[in-house]
Design a protein around this ligand. Structure first.
Ligand code: CU
Length: 145
């Protein structure tokens, strides 16, 4: 029965192709640190390996907004704008700089020890949904990338 055999082969081949496509599409999974924010990985500036990293606070954004750091990194925000800005972490009991304590020319430093995502925003020019003036500090897993 040559027809039957051909059909069987065709079905098997297409099943194989589907399976291969499904497996090949997943490149982001695996053992990377858990990410809680919906921002593409390629938006992040990789500054892992630095013990101190600066973020400029200008009118009205954080530069760079999305950074990946190593555990133990001290991140310092520097107010280089003219408008009032604050730095509000969305992760409880972590970092916070209020407008009154963070004037023009001031700096605010926080040391990031635990891996994970630390989204933050300026409530004067952004929202807790990370629209407008907002950023994320991503602390990479200790074992490297
Ligand atoms: Cu602001």
């Amino acid at each position: 029965m040559p027809h039957m055999l051909r059909w069987t082969m065709a079905i098997l081949l297409s099943l194989f192709a589907l399976g291969a496509a499904a497996c090949g599409g997943d490149e982001s999974g695996g053992n990377s640190p858990s990410t809680s924010v919906a921002i593409a990985s390629d938006e992040f500036s990789d500054v892992t390996g630095e013990s101190e990293v600066d973020v400029s606070v200008v009118d009205n954004e954080f530069v760079d907004p999305y950074i990946t750091v190593s555990p133990g990194t001290k991140v310092t925000w520097i107010h280089e704008g003219r408008n009032p800005h604050n730095i509000l972490s969305l992760i409880k009991n972590t970092f916070r700089a209020d407008v009154d304590d963070f004037g023009v020319g001031d700096t605010y430093t926080y040391e990031f020890d635990k891996p994970g995502d630390y989204p933050y925003y300026c409530s004067v020019h952004g929202t807790a949904k990370l629209n407008g003036q907002a950023g994320v500090v991503r602390v990479a897993a200790a074992s490297g990338k």
